[in-house]
Design a protein around this ligand. Structure first.
Ligand code: 9Z3
Length: 341
């Protein structure tokens, strides 16, 4: 078969960027929250999603399991109700899907709130690669279709873990696409998680849009250029998404330990932004990462310290940074539980 040239389109030129030294929006106050949730429509499946989360949490509460909510993937901002165009946020879902696997290995039950069609725990090893799934197959001696020799052992291990998580009902997959769906779902699930007290951990790795179009200004049908052009340019007015982390910490899940991720591209800004986030939202842990090095190093920022976790040069290419991140987060969660007993 001819070798295809591998073209990657996910890293556009970095020579221009927005100015991140401009001050952030203020944190969301109670009024911003009520206004947002009163003036934007909840997704029509929200009750169903909450019921699933409630059943899952009740089951694991009765078993005494710790439960983590992992958010993963990027949110979209539709420009029309019947959505033809939308603005997207960067994230393949690797961080979330990989982290979920390590949490499951450590005995956590995982609610995986993810961008639909982004990477999922376990299947991530075989989806979204340049291989077609058929490349993992081969013809066995008796002519039946089998897993190709070179993939069989590893796939068997992944399959066993996947089945164990399914058999024990340890993994609940809940999807979102738009930032509005994400915010309604996050609030509802966080409120359900709060019934677990300190056994609940929120691990917010999703890449959430900073701007959106409120429902009141959203056109129903595909934008027609002539209705939105000003001076020969398409003009789209976006509102800032209220900064909900403070509401999450204070009201939605005040008993839970909350970990957020901070994504930057300028290394000189990262630590300052992480510290700022802790000061503004009063949660327990910010994990800072740079877009360029996110798979190799992260920094944990708490009220008392800053600690880097890095893969070493000698680590094989199969070693994942999440194998360092998750044990460290769990250690902090265990201390949190002990300190709040
Ligand atoms: C992250 O920083 C994640 O680690 C990545 C993971 C999105 C970089 P991938 O899915 O990437 O493995 O491709 N997530 C948080 C991003 C975010 O939107 N953070 C907000 C911010 O930086 C705070 S909640 O302002």
């Amino acid at each position: 078969m001819p070798q295809l040239r591998q073209i990657h389109t996910s890293q556009p030129s970095t020579s221009s960027a927005i100015d991140r030294s401009v001050p952030d929006f203020p944190v969301a106050a109670v009024d911003d929250e009520s206004h947002y949730f009163a003036s934007n429509e909840p997704p029509e499946y929200l009750d169903e999603l909450v019921k699933e989360a409630q059943c899952f949490v009740d089951e694991h509460k009765s078993k005494g399991n710790k439960v983590v909510l992992v958010t993963s993937g990027g949110t979209t901002v539709p420009l029309e109700n019947n959505t033809v165009r939308f603005i997207d946020n960067f994230s393949a879902g690797t961080r979330g899907a990989t982290s979920a696997e390590y949490f499951l290995e450590e005995g956590y039950a995982v609610i995986f709130l993810h961008r639909e069609f982004s990477l999922l725990p376990y299947s991530r090893h075989y989806s979204h690669t340049t291989n077609c799934f058929l490349d993992y197959m081969a013809e066995g001696k008796d002519g039946s279709l089998v897993i190709a020799d070179k993939y069989r052992d590893e796939m068997h291990q992944v399959w066993k873990k996947y089945n164990e998580a399914r058999d024990k009902n340890l993994l609940l997959l809940l999807p979102f696409t738009t930032v509005n769906q994400y915010l309604f779902s996050l609030r509802a699930i966080a409120q359900v998680m709060d019934t677990l007290g300190t056994s609940a951990l929120l691990y917010l790795a999703a890449a959430v849009s900073d701007f959106f179009i409120p429902v009141s200004r959203m056109p129903e049908h595909k934008i027609q250029a002539q209705d939105h052009m000003e001076g020969g340019k398409l003009v789209v007015n976006l509102d800032p998404v209220p900064k909900f982390l403070r509401r999450l910490v204070d009201n939605w899940a005040p008993g839970a330990m909350i970990t957020s991720f901070k994504l930057e591209t300028d290394k000189d800004l990262l630590l300052r932004k992480c510290t700022q986030s802790l000061e503004r939202y009063h949660h327990q842990l910010v994990i800072g990462n740079l877009l360029q090095t996110r798979k190799k190093e992260v920094v944990f920022v708490t009220n008392t310290k800053q600690q880097w976790y890095r893969l070493k040069d000698g680590d094989g290419e199969n070693k994942e940074i999440e194998s360092l991140i998750i044990p460290a987060v769990i250690q902090q969660h265990d201390e949190y539980i002990k300190n709040h007993a």
